[in-house]
Design a protein around this ligand. Structure first.
Ligand SMILES: [Zn+2]
Ligand SMILES: [Zn+2]
Ligand SMILES: [Zn+2]
Ligand SMILES: [Zn+2]
Length: 209
């Protein structure tokens, strides 16, 4: 098994014991703008991650600027009767029915989180079945994948709220690689290229939840 040191790469991010500790506590830092260069590496500790497309788990932290201010979305594509967008920072997707997409005229826009959904749950409709489960979307645009059939409301588990998301690769779609939380099915769309090979142990330590 590769060691953590074997998968570290020199990046401009300052690596230190403090940054490694913060990543161990809060999860690694993602940024789609930085990943556009082609290399996916944690913006805090420099660990090269989100490389494997074989089901390995990596823990990514919440992007607080997106949560407290707004996401910035760009169009990712159209599929299953829905238009899909991805945040240029945290990779959060948005999925709207194509005939009810309030952003259909926008190629890039800002959108705040709908806190009501975060508190009381997302009222969801079925998008499609794929990746071993059902994909749902809420009217706010939030989507979930690999969920059981028959759900009408999806809530964010406290475990993910406090411990962030453990994600693994789902599929490549267009210019994005889709990853999803194994606990809640929250998807993320990341730009850049995975190598399809490399470290199997990409987290700081093994999974903790
Ligand atoms: Zn990190
Ligand atoms: Zn975001
Ligand atoms: Zn919602
Ligand atoms: Zn989660």
């Amino acid at each position: 098994m590769d060691s953590i040191d074997a998968v570290r790469v020199p990046v401009s991010a300052r690596t230190s014991a403090g940054s490694w500790l913060r990543c161990a506590l809060w999860g690694h830092v993602v940024d789609n703008e930085a990943f556009r260069s082609g290399r996916r590496a944690c913006l805090r500790c420099g660990l090269r991650f989100l490389q494997d497309e074989d089901g390995s788990l990596v823990r990514i932290g919440h992007t607080l600027s997106c949560f407290f201010r707004h996401h910035t979305y760009e169009r990712a594509g159209v599929r299953d009767g829905h238009t899909e967008y991805a945040c240029v920072r945290c990779g959060h997707p948005l999925l709207f029915r194509a005939d009810a997409d309030p952003y259909s005229a926008s190629s890039r826009f800002e959108k705040r989180v709908r806190y009501r959904c975060g508190l009381f749950g997302h009222r969801v409709h079925v998008v499609t079945s794929r990746a071993g489960g059902v994909e749902y979307a809420c009217g706010c645009g939030h989507s979930f994948i690999q969920r059981p059939a028959g759900e009408s409301r999806v809530t964010h588990p406290l475990k993910c709220f406090f411990l962030a998301h453990w994600v693994r690769f789902v599929e490549r779609r267009g210019r994005h690689s889709e990853y999803a939380c194994r606990t809640c099915g929250h998807p993320f769309l990341f730009t850049g290229q995975g190598t399809g090979a490399g470290a199997r142990e990409v987290g700081v330590g093994r999974e903790v939840c």
